[in-house]
Design a protein around this ligand. Structure first.
Ligand code: SAH
Length: 281
């Protein structure tokens, strides 16, 4: 089998839509860099179809009012080139004080807690800045003594759930609406040998009970929509960590959470684009 690597230079505002489109069109994975999106496909998809998919996606972006003038180039990768190219892009990365995200083919780093993540199909390889911020904040919150029940809304590869379990949370639940994410998360959880992480398919409404820490790294529209459910799943003195908002969108999220009695505590800016919030009841 061979692969195609599409290298896309897209305006920031259209990136999320393109990443979604990549998942929906059956891509094997997406690598986001400062400047490019690299999207990988198995060659059996057929290059003509893939080129058509990208070309027609411009019209969809245009209809949604998003910048649609992205350019793309692609290369064919043989099995061997693929392994080299893919693996090179997933070097271990250290996050926070004690964590290290490593792909399954790398050795763990001494002195650090390994989160083994197979950068297969779902979002959340730890290379995205909001994922890193969430992990750093989860680490800090565990140092403040949080450790019982953790809920991860939109778990993707399961990375935040895995982080929480390895940082000492006793019971961890991750949910996701995407069946591919569910498969990836379950695989990663078993790669990490964890038995206290439960993965459920669906929205936050499939969960039960209450949690000490709820984390959601999602678009602001979704965060606002699920604010009441987040509130109903939060323990009395629980903490909510929200990420994935673009700078400027956070006040609406803070207001939506405020209506549910969950108050703003801290705000973090990553580079020039993303905001994360810590809130508490
Ligand atoms: N938590 C991971 C992944 C975040 S990407 C990380 O921080 O890196 C967001 C994930 O949320 C995707 O896997 C997507 O399928 C899922 N998702 C989107 N809307 C959702 C919703 N309403 N409920 C649950 N999961 C959702």
């Amino acid at each position: 089998m061979g692969y195609y690597e599409f290298n896309i230079e897209a305006p920031d505002e259209s990136r999320d839509a393109l990443i979604n489109m990549a998942h929906e069109s059956g891509s094997l994975g997406v690598v986001e860099t400062q400047r490019y999106l690299l999207i990988y496909y198995a060659d059996h998809q057929g290059i003509k179809k893939l080129i058509n998919d990208f070309a027609s996606f411009k019209a969809i972006l245009k209809d949604s009012g998003l910048p649609h003038d992205f350019s793309f180039v692609y290369v064919y990768l043989s099995e061997r080139d693929w392994n080299e190219s893919w693996k090179k892009k997933f070097q271990p990365i250290d996050v926070g004080e004690n964590l290290s995200i490593i792909p399954p083919w790398e050795k763990s780093r001494s002195g650090r807690i390994s989160l083994i993540i197979d950068p297969g199909m779902a979002f959340g390889t730890g290379h995205h800045i909001t994922t890193k911020t969430c992990l750093e904040l989860i680490e800090r919150l565990t140092q403040e003594g949080l450790e019982e029940h953790f809920l991860d809304v939109g778990t993707g590869t399961g990375i935040l759930s895995i982080g929480a379990a390895k940082l000492g949370f006793r019971e961890v639940v991750g949910v996701d609406i995407d069946p591919l994410a569910i498969d990836a998360a379950k695989r990663n959880i078993s790669l990490n040998g964890l038995i206290n992480v439960k993965i459920l398919e669906g929205t936050i409404s499939v969960t039960e009970g209450t949690y000490d820490l709820i984390v959601a790294n999602l678009m602001s529209e979704i965060l606002i929509a699920i604010a009441p459910e987040i509130a109903s799943r939060l323990k009395d003195k629980g903490i909510v960590l929200l990420s994935g908002m673009i700078i400027g969108q956070e006040d609406e999220v803070i207001a939506a959470m405020g209506k549910e009695g969950i108050m703003f505590r801290e705000r973090y800016y990553d580079d020039i684009r993303w905001v994360s919030l810590v809130l508490t009841r």
